[in-house]
Design a binder for this molecule. Sequence first.
Ligand SMILES: NC(=O)c1ccc[n+]([C@@H]2O[C@H](COP(=O)([O-])OP(=O)(O)OC[C@H]3O[C@@H](n4cnc5c(N)ncnc54)[C@H](OP(=O)(O)O)[C@@H]3O)[C@@H](O)[C@H]2O)c1
Length: 322
Amino acid sequence: MKAMVVTQYGGPDVFSESETPDLHPGPGQVSIDVTHSAVGLIDSFLRRGTIPIFSPPYVPGLEVAGTIRELGEGVTDFRIGEPVVTLSLMSLGGYATVTVADSALTISLDGFKIDPALAVSALPNAVTAYLSLTKVAHIQKGENVLIHGAIGGLASAYPAVARSLGASRIVGTVRTASKLEAARELDYDDVVLAEDFPSAIADEQFNIVVDPVGGDMLASSLDLMAPLGRALLVGNASEHAVDISSNTLWLKNIGVQGFNVGGYLSGNPSAGRPAAKAVLQLLEEGKIDFPVTLLPLQNASEAHRRMDAKEIIGRIVLRNEF
Ligand SMILES: NC(=O)c1ccc[n+]([C@@H]2O[C@H](COP(=O)([O-])OP(=O)(O)OC[C@H]3O[C@@H](n4cnc5c(N)ncnc54)[C@H](OP(=O)(O)O)[C@@H]3O)[C@@H](O)[C@H]2O)c1
């Protein structure tokens, strides 16, 4: 098998193409012939070592689409060749022609007419949206939701999922005017520029704030939160820490809670499939759809260069062309 290996912490040029022995699944695992591997901002944080939880050399890639290659001991619910997409694999290994995954975190695409590139771009993030909105924010019908970085990879999955769970009004923020149009293609009722936030919507109140950006965006959202509002801290794209006063949370009757899908599903793998079932329907109906840029797997460096340069609208996906 072939893999794109991160050889050391650093810039987008630290990838090396390498030939390694084929992987085989252990008990409860499947191996997958990878057709598509998603690239996310977390891959950049890991590569640079700003989140140093994996030491080089390692094969990055948290989410893949492909077909089942081999079944590990005890796995009976897949057939060889079945089209699948994985949820977030804390084991990494996606930038390769073959990977292994926990079968509980592997979702069948059998019978669904969903492009695998869109499936790997959207399904894991839509599952993150579903789990965070239901299990952490406990979203109720008629609630208002504010989503920062509205056209980012993770954020793009939220509006359709929130709407399907009964959200009433959904507002997004984007940093640049060029991204307003793409965001308005999604299920937002309104999208405003981050530079006009919060003044542009200062008369509104939100029950749920979804924040993959961090820093000032979250801090200035607290004033727009309704009593008993919940802010979901789901990322830190800005790489800035946020200072939140405990007195603000107390006196405004609001809460901020973090959610990280990989960590959650590692401890609760059985939560993955029910969430995936709920969002697969939305994908098939075209309710979660955003631009996907395809590059060959060999071009992992170029994908990371574009990711670091913030040149991407929607998501970037590596296609196995080996
Ligand atoms: N909780 C989870 O389980 C989970 C799952 C997936 C991802 N994440 C995390 O979520 C975050 C986003 O990941 P992603 O893959 O969606 O990245 P992405 O596709 O690059 O999206 C990042 C978004 O944040 C915006 N942004 C970046 N810096 C900003 C700043 N300083 N001020 C305002 N907006 C800013 C970007 O706007 P521009 O397009 O204008 O740059 C973009 O819309 C990362 O921290 C990632 O680790 C968490």
